[in-house]
Design a protein around this ligand. Structure first.
Ligand SMILES: [Zn+2]
Length: 282
């Protein structure tokens, strides 16, 4: 039974996730520059201050002065794009400017860099039945609430930092029924077997070595007097000298195959071995 993590363990795991996520996001922002689509905290605060000042100014002269002071920031575009809501507890929330007639509860909130993790996590893990939506659905839900302030690449990245999503992604689905092995070409996979004819021997031969190419189904048969490792190896060398050795030689766990192929018995094929092999054949 797995132990349930304590509250402090859960908080520290969340903190580790948050740090790893922001490291990766910062790395990507550095690469993308101004194309990242993310509003950094300082810029966010400057926009909030600017719009607040415009809203609070009493005269047109005052307003013109503020616009002049912020000329470098393209003030008309900012006023066109953003708006400010002041809550009853006087906290200020930056939103995307709504078209006239839209309900206030349908507004899209602007998210700054430091809030991205909590906002996306809320939608990914807490809201909507804790169903861990993947990039496409996550982006759809996020952009419905926060508009373009959270770009698509953030939603594609976020599931990589969720342990539940990572775990479920690596689980391979079990396949029902028999799964045939598909082989293309000759000498890719060869099946080797020995058929026992001890009940009806032909002279000294009591076994037949069945060597079948899995791709082409070409079958080679060799009579064997014994089911020994030497006899099998000799028959195989003979076949390999005609067709070449296969990439995969598939056998059962019979002693005549497995013991002979053990590591301690492996011999590199040099001139001496070739000479012995040829002498065995001819
Ligand atoms: Zn998840």
């Amino acid at each position: 039974m797995s132990e349930v993590p304590s509250d402090s363990e859960r908080i520290s795991a969340l903190q580790t996730r948050r740090v790893a996520f922001y490291e990766e996001v910062s790395r990507r922002i550095d690469l993308m520059g101004t194309n990242s689509g993310i509003l950094m905290d300082t810029t966010y605060n400057e926009i909030v201050e600017f719009i607040n000042a415009i809203k609070e100014c009493a005269t047109n002269d005052e307003r013109r002065q503020i616009m002049r002071d912020n000329a470098a920031r393209n003030p008309y575009r900012l006023l066109e794009k953003y708006d400010l809501i002041v809550n009853s507890d006087s906290t200020r929330i930056l939103i995307f400017k709504q078209r006239g007639g839209s309900a206030l509860d349908s507004c899209q909130i602007v998210v700054k860099f430091s809030s991205i993790f909590d906002v996306v996590r809320q939608i990914h893990e807490v809201e909507a039945g804790n169903d861990h939506p993947k990039s496409k659905t996550l982006h759809k839900r996020v952009s419905a609430k926060y508009g373009k302030s959270i770009p698509r690449w953030i939603c594609e990245l976020f599931p990589d930092f969720c342990s539940i999503c990572v775990r479920s992604r690596h689980r391979s689905k079990p396949k029902a029924g028999h799964q045939p092995i598909l082989t293309r070409g000759m000498n890719v996979r060869v099946q080797l077997d020995i058929i026992d004819y001890q009940s009806m021997p032909d002279g000294p031969f009591k076994y037949v070595l069945d060597y079948q190419d899995h791709g082409t189904k070409l079958c080679q048969l060799r009579p064997l007097a014994h089911k020994s490792q030497v006899a099998v190896a000799q028959a195989l060398v003979e076949i390999f000298c005609i067709f070449g050795p296969p990439s995969i030689l598939q056998v059962d766990n019979g002693r005549e195959f497995s013991h002979a192929a053990s590591k301690s018995r492996r011999v590199p094929i040099d001139e001496e071995v070739l000479f012995v092999m040829l002498r065995l054949l001819f």
